[in-house]
Design a protein around this ligand. Sequence first.
Ligand SMILES: Cc1cc2nc3c(=O)[nH]c(=O)nc-3n(C[C@H](O)[C@H](O)[C@H](O)COP(=O)(O)OP(=O)(O)OC[C@H]3O[C@@H](n4cnc5c(N)ncnc54)[C@H](O)[C@@H]3O)c2cc1C
Ligand code: FES
Length: 275
Amino acid sequence: MTAVNPLLPQKVTLQEIVAETPEIKTLRLASEKGIPFDFIPGQCAMISLPPVGEALFSITSSPGCREYLEFSIKKVGAVTRALHELEPGQQLGLRGPYGNGFPLEALRGKDLLFIGGGIGLAPLRSLINYCLERRGDFGGIDILYGARTPEDLIRREEIMERWPAAPDTRVYLTVDAPYPGWEGHVAFVPAYLSELAFSPENRIAITCGPPAMIKFVLKALEELNFAPEQVITTLEMRMKCGVGKCGRCNIGSLYVCRDGPVFTLAQLRQLPPEY
Ligand SMILES: Cc1cc2nc3c(=O)[nH]c(=O)nc-3n(C[C@H](O)[C@H](O)[C@H](O)COP(=O)(O)OP(=O)(O)OC[C@H]3O[C@@H](n4cnc5c(N)ncnc54)[C@H](O)[C@@H]3O)c2cc1C
Ligand code: FES
């Protein structure tokens, strides 16, 4: 695919919109050539909807999907509310890809432990499907995913059917509190993580979710003796340009949009506590 200027929005069409939960919809976007640019799991793109504005989202589809890009979007403000109201056929602008993405080479041959909460499954899903498409390149895959209620779990078909059926792959679901009809696990994600007590041997943990969850997940992983180099997380800051120019997202000398959003815990510990 020819290189694209990541600062210029490309025209894309909304092909399909899937209501995942009352607050989250997944948008499927494509340009005339299919996916408008190449990317790696963990990278993001800026969706623009004139005249409302633009906002940054993780690409949640796998790079193996060449027909369209998917974004799971939580309704929180003006842009995301407007994106939730769209109908298929609508034209949008899309610029990217932005950010460093997950360190794919460092994951090769390792057992992988994914820990997600709520909309935090979005970037993890891209990486999980990437790994499942290259199953022989990675060790065992364990996926711990939680949400407030069963209604808030996204990508149900994948998390409940497709992923648990993949070779050497296990999915652990949990919700915060008992819920009518839910017979699965009930616990906060960090508590369930401690209970499952994964060994750190030859394993990398990759986590994404709300800041409160991340804080306690990092603590739980430390108690399970994961070294800071074995823990990967993503940071979510307010962003504007997406390319390290406007200074909106800096932490010390780093720009989260350009040098992140993916960091190991070892890297985060080198940064000033501004996130
Ligand atoms: C690297 C990265 C990846 C992201 N991936 C996704 C994704 O896959 N799906 C998704 O739904 N959202 C994602 N976001 C968040 C998304 O960019 C914001 O929700 C969006 O910009 C909100 O736009 P808005 O105009 O609807 O809301 P606004 O009116 O701008 O804000 C509404 C509320 O959300 C808060 N908010 C807005 N943006 C952020 C932010 N970046 N961090 C913390 N709080 C914020 C505001 O403080 C305010 O309280 C990501 C953000 C980053 C930085
Ligand atoms: S968003 Fe502009 S420098 Fe990161």
